[in-house]
Design a protein around this ligand. Structure first.
Ligand code: DGL
Length: 275
């Protein structure tokens, strides 16, 4: 299985960072990378024809993540950010082993800061089924739960709320409430966003919390980590930070959505799966 794009996908590889997700979610990390303004050239791939990842088998997510990484590597990109908790769960360790010359930045649920901040000793991880089944989540639980009760909650409808927003905001609120209200009633005071799509639901989640729980979004921390790794890897800084967007789905639709989520417009091209 090979990912292709007719257009020369990587411009200025010396300044380039690759970022990918199943769809719009990873733009939450791109938004923070742009805000850091380090003058990188961000290439973002949204594998929308395969979204959602979080309900797929680990083997399938690994195969897609590997092919996307190979696509970036063919363009001479040295730093690849898995702006997707599900892909990180399925593929991060394996990609690091298979491509030792490439620097992979992955995501894991932010259990450590949540446990440190919790006063009730109860925190919840909102994520996909794949993330909650994966090695990185098991590892952070082992290393950082520290006697705190960590409640995993798969939210199977939430990715779709971002990819295909319903006409009425009431629908989003009702769905978010149905997951978050019982957690608050259980004394949870920290909600960890364990899926990058959920960053774009943060305002709604916060409105349901009414100050009774803190929402922890790792996007800023991951963007900073990516910048540190890019510096270590010798990726150049300079000029204005810039972005090129690729989707395996509908480019026109992605352009509209990405513009409203990023607050600025970038060119979008289509990438195609072969084989
Ligand atoms: N945004 C991704 C994540 O962080 C993928 C969600 C999905 O496609 O199911 O897990």
């Amino acid at each position: 299985m090979v990912l292709n794009c007719n257009n020369n996908q990587v411009t200025d590889p010396e300044r380039a960072i690759g970022v990918f997700d199943s769809g719009l979610g990873g733009l939450s990390v791109v938004r923070e990378l742009l805000a850091l303004g380090a003058g990188r050239h961000i290439h973002y791939l949204a594998d929308q024809c395969h979204a959602p990842y979080g309900v797929q088998s680990m083997e399938t997510i690994l195969a897609w993540s590997k092919a996307i990484s190979e696509w970036f590597i063919r363009g001479k990109i040295k730093v690849i950010v898995l702006a997707c908790n599900s892909a990180s769960a399925a593929a991060l360790y394996s990609l690091r082993e298979q491509f030792p010359a490439v620097h992979f930045v992955g995501m894991e649920p932010a259990v450590k800061p949540a446990v440190a901040a919790s006063k009730t000793g109860r925190v919840a991880v909102l994520a996909t089924a794949a993330t909650l089944a994966g090695g990185p989540y098991k590892k952070v639980l082992r290393d950082h739960a520290n006697g705190c009760q960590v409640i995993p909650r798969a939210c199977p409808k939430w990715v779709d709320l971002v990819e295909n927003p319903p006409e009425s905001p009431e629908e989003v609120l009702t769905e978010v409430k149905s997951v978050v209200a019982p957690l608050l009633a259980d004394g949870v005071d920290q909600l960890i966003l364990g899926c990058t799509h959920f960053s774009f639901l943060k305002n709604v989640i916060q409105s349901v919390c009414q100050g009774n729980a803190t929402v922890i979004d790792p996007a800023v921390a991951v963007a900073r980590q990516a910048e540190r790794i890019a510096d270590t890897a010798g990726v150049h800084r300079g000029g204005r930070s810039d972005c090129r967007l690729f989707t395996t789905g509908d480019a026109a639709r992605f352009e509209g959505h990405s513009q409203s989520l990023l607050g600025q417009s970038f060119p979008v091209k289509t990438a195609r799966w072969d084989g």
